[in-house]
Ligand binder design. Structure first.
Ligand code: CMC
Length: 389
């Protein structure tokens, strides 16, 4: 690969070269606002702290789609629509049954979401309403996909959803095959609220980019799942848990402080820390930290929470870097008995509301997303016949 130095390249045509698009504002949005200095996150006018205290995930989904809170009737209607849409089409169940048990859950979710486009709710001819119905259908079905694969890969039967209870309730019910406890449902609901929307992150940008070509909402969601899967984005929550379990393997010798220092010395990234926008504590991590502490005290298994606090202190003193949403969500999910490789799927089943809200917003005021790349190769080389190379 021939690489030229940036200094040698005439950048006149490219005055805005920003690696990773850092600091670039490419859209207007009414879906969320992040103040990275203050550590503030707002969904369509409401501070995340207010929503964490008062809202349900279904209210948040409505808020993101409509930019306002639902009335009581509208909320009931949304809940009924979600309940009516939860069951999976037979071919999607067959796919989940027949795919490799070793498959990554996020890959299965991506493929199943793509398949769901063949079974989309019937169209009415009103593009916006149809996309909203598809958004609701995906939000309803993604938990069923995740729970079904989680069971099938362990040789268990899939459990059909029930027509009552929330998204959080149904997910835990379908996952574990028993009625979940109130505390577990509350925890899951809060996690879904906290993960629903977050501005122009990589997966939402992917979703809007796909929308901007006038492709369909299922393609956009499948693409977004692909982007979320990576460990620099949503995949970090699974990576955090794997890191804690790696430490746990050291048994009595385990020391979180030297473990982290050692990784930093080797220039490794510590998963669940750092953020492109937040230069302080991620406001979502504040809630997840409280949850993680409460759950560890409730279960009496406090070791992982204590290690997390020690890691947090070490990262602050060594690098002055704060945790992001993925750090404490790992121990929260672990405490309610969820397998680590499902954590990113839970992120996706919540974030699908934010993705689809952005899809609707992009479609309503579309312009093709098409940035430039600064060419660093050579130009006008002489052709060499293959036998002479
Ligand atoms: N551990 C160690 N050093 C870090 C970390 C970390 N987690 N995050 C940033 N740094 C250092 C990095 O090494 C660099 O140092 P230097 O300037 O000395 O080379 C500096 O901070 C800037 O880092 P960057 O990677 O250039 O920053 P970025 O804005 O491109 O990346 C990030 C942001 C989230 C990708 C990065 O912080 C990271 O890789 N974190 C770990 C993965 C993670 O937790 N991802 C979840 C992100 S939040 C939720 C989500 O979107 O899913």
């Amino acid at each position: 690969m021939n690489k030229q130095n940036l200094e040698d390249i005439d950048t006149q045509d490219y005055p805005h070269l920003n690696r990773g698009l850092e600091g670039i504002t490419a859209f207007t949005t009414s879906k969320s606002s992040i103040d990275g200095q203050k550590g503030e996150l707002i969904y369509a006018g409401y501070n995340i702290d207010t929503l964490a205290e008062h809202a349900s995930f279904e209210e948040v989904a409505f808020l993101l789609w409509y930019d306002r809170l639902p009335t009581s009737d509208e909320l009931d209607q949304l809940k009924n629509q979600l309940a009516a849409e939860r069951a999976l089409p037979r071919p999607v169940k067959e796919y989940i049954r027949s795919t490799s048990r070793e498959a990554e859950p996020m890959a299965v979710l991506r493929t199943a979401t793509s398949m769901l486009s063949d079974y989309a709710p019937e169209g009415s001819g009103d593009g916006e309403q149809d996309n909203l119905n598809r958004a609701i259908a995906m939000t309803a079905k993604m938990p069923a996909v995740i729970a079904a694969f989680a069971r099938v890969r362990n040789g268990k039967e899939m459990i059909d959803p029930i027509d009552r209870g929330s998204t959080a309730y149904n997910f835990l019910y379908m996952l574990n095959g028993e009625e979940p406890g109130e505390q577990a449902v509350k925890t899951m609901d809060l996690c879904l609220i906290l993960h629903a929307e977050h501005g122009m992150n990589a997966s939402t940008f992917t979703c809007r980019t796909i929308c901007s070509t006038q492709s369909d909402i299922y393609s956009a969601a499948a693409g977004a799942i692909g982007a979320l899967k990576g460990p620099l984005h949503g995949g970090a929550n699974t990576a955090v848990m794997n890191m804690l379990l790696e430490l746990d393997k050291q048994g009595d010798e385990a020391d979180p402080v030297s473990f982290i220092k050692d990784k930093l010395e080797k220039k490794e990234k510590i998963m669940g820390f750092g953020h492109r926008v937040y230069k302080t504590f991620d406001p979502r991590a504040v809630h997840l930290r409280k949850m993680s502490k409460a759950l560890s005290e409730e279960t009496g298994y406090t070791k992982l929470y204590e290690w997390s606090e020690a890691i947090l202190e070490t990262m602050k003193s060594e690098k002055n870097i704060d945790p992001n949403v993925d750090f404490f969500s790992a121990t929260v999910y672990y405490s309610i008995g969820i397998k680590p490789d499902l954590y990113t799927c839970i992120f996706a089943m919540s974030r699908v509301t934010g993705w689809t809200a952005h899809f609707l917003e992009q479609a309503a005021n579309n312009r093709l997303i098409r940035p430039r790349a600064l060419y660093t190769g050579e130009k006008n080389l002489e052709w060499t016949p293959v036998e002479d190379r």
